[in-house]
Design a protein around this ligand. Structure first.
Ligand code: ADP
Ligand code: MG
Length: 467
């Protein structure tokens, strides 16, 4: 039924698009629609330009679903915005059908995580917005919007306002608004991550059914996600972004699984595992003979070479990493990362910073899929509070350069106190101001627990802990 109405819509829009002056014919499968070449992007940092993306080469072709997968902060949204022409790259180029962009990409429409609906407009009016911007006459707008609303399962909600709708229904409006313009490429930035699990699952399923039916009014999909399973479920190609020292394409996976995809199939699980290992940055079996960079932790820096600049602290609280260490200890000191995340009901974004912190502090190592406590890590997990603080203090001084920097700076200062601004200035050479804040928050938490220093939030001052 839904598909029938979509066919009607296509017919209606066909005549509409001649009036609207459609410039491009429908692309054949395999035709390159959007392309990034040697794309880099920097943002203004606290005191200089900071690279976020470096040397990205990417093609989006007609007929494919591409997932951009990476940890939070790896530059996924930035790359998507560049491809959509919403922000210009710092260098390199983005082209649409071979032509360099000079502004918003005419072949794309975007669905955002936060729906981005106008609260004072009805569902119908919100959906029509996209067409209005493209100069489609009112009668055709109304017609096309009704059809798109029907397609996406919003029939009967035309006159509702966003606040009357559930999250899932609101996101349907987001989809309808993007689809109504029949973009060559539908771009989605974590479109399901603000929804509850069941709603997200349902919407994903419906969307992929429409896509597979061949009636979908777009020729390609680019999906930004931090959810591996979502990527493997939906994409033909998964592009994994790594974030150090800035966002680059770490690896690309061709999915090649039949649709609809069976989560329990061995090939599905196998791919999840492979992508998981790439995401954690420790893909031991991808090690190539004679290539050192595949060994161990590609992102890590040796203990004696670590600085506050090359070794940012993972955003993990002491509670979080102690809890994780205890959990692994209960399981005999070793466990499968994916299982652990699953059992805790956590996502990769939640688990990885904690794992990174344990690794950084020498409490655990990661080998393939397994998280293994070290001897110190096991001692830390089993220690009483005082003992745990002592072990933690030794670990942070050795392994967390920012905590060490703050501690030694305070010791060198006659009155044992320093303003946070001093460390902000030091860090500003290497991080954006948002990142500087995050780094200092973590260092404050860790240093306090280790009883190395105290922090007076009111005076914004660090002081040696002398008790
Ligand atoms: P992701 O979507 O993968 O989480 P983003 O593209 O949002 O990553 O961000 C990548 C990095 O760029 C982050 O460190 C973030 O803090 C920084 N960043 C994003 N947008 C801006 C901006 N407008 N100004 C300064 N820094 C930004
Ligand atoms: Mg993002």
């Amino acid at each position: 039924m839904v598909l029938d109405s979509w066919r009607n819509l296509r017919a209606a829009r066909h005549s509409a698009s001649t009036t609207a002056g459609r410039r491009y014919p429908r692309a054949a499968d395999g035709q390159v629609l959007v392309e990034a070449r040697e794309l880099t992007k920097s943002y203004a940092g606290a005191d200089r330009e900071l690279p976020v993306l470096g040397g990205i080469d990417l093609q989006v072709k007609a007929g494919e679903v591409v997932a951009l997968l990476g940890k939070s902060g790896s530059g996924k949204s930035t790359l998507l915005r560049c491809l959509a022409g919403l922000i210009p790259p710092s260098s390199g180029a983005v082209t649409y059908r071979g032509e360099p962009l000079t502004g918003a990409n005419p072949g794309t429409a975007m669905v955002f995580q936060t729906f981005a609906l106008l609260p004072w407009l009805t569902v119908q009016e919100n959906v029509e917005l996209g067409l209005e911007a493209r100069g489609v006459p009112a009668a055709q707008r109304a017609d096309a919007a009704v059809q798109a609303i029907d397609l996406i399962g919003l029939d009967g909600f035309e006159t509702a306002y966003p606040k009357e709708l559930s999250g899932g229904m609101r996101q349907r409006v987001g989809f309808a608004r993007a689809l109504v313009v029949e973009p060559d490429v539908l771009m989605m930035d974590e479109p399901f991550s603000a929804l509850d699990v069941l709603t997200a699952e349902n919407l994903r399923g419906e969307l992929m059914e429409l896509w597979e039916s061949g009636q979908f009014p777009t020729r390609a999909i680019v999906l930004v996600t931090h959810n591996i399973e979502e990527a493997v479920l939906m994409a033909d190609r998964i592009v994994v972004l790594g974030s150090r020292p800035y966002g680059t394409i770490r690896e690309t996976f061709e999915v090649g699984l039949d649709r609809p995809r069976d989560r329990n199939a061995a090939a599905f699980e196998d791919l999840i595992d492979r992508v998981y290992r790439t995401m954690t940055g420790r893909a031991k079996e991808t090690r190539l003979p004679g290539r050192a960079e595949g060994v161990g932790r590609p992102e890590g820096v040796e203990l004696d070479k670590r600085t506050a600049a090359n070794t940012p602290l993972p955003p993990s609280s002491v509670d979080g990493l102690s809890g994780m260490a205890e959990m692994v200890a209960h399981r005999g000191g070793a466990c499968d990362l994916a299982d652990l995340a699953d059992d805790l009901g956590l996502e990769i974004d939640d688990v990885l910073p904690i794992v990174d912190a344990l690794d950084l502090l020498g409490f655990a190592t990661v080998s393939g899929d397994d998280l293994l406590l070290t001897d110190v890590g096991a001692a830390f997990a089993g220690a009483d509070v005082q003992e745990s603080k002592t072990l933690f203090a030794e670990a942070v001084v050795a392994g967390a350069p920012l905590v060490r920097l703050i501690t030694t700076s305070l010791r060198q200062n006659p009155d044992g106190a320093l303003r946070a601004g001093f460390f902000r200035d030091v860090l500003a050479h290497h991080f954006t101001s948002e990142q500087v804040t995050r780094q200092l928050d973590v260092a404050t938490d860790w240093g306090r627990y280790a009883e190395l220093y105290a922090y007076d939030a009111e005076r914004q001052e660090y002081r040696l802990d002398t008790e």
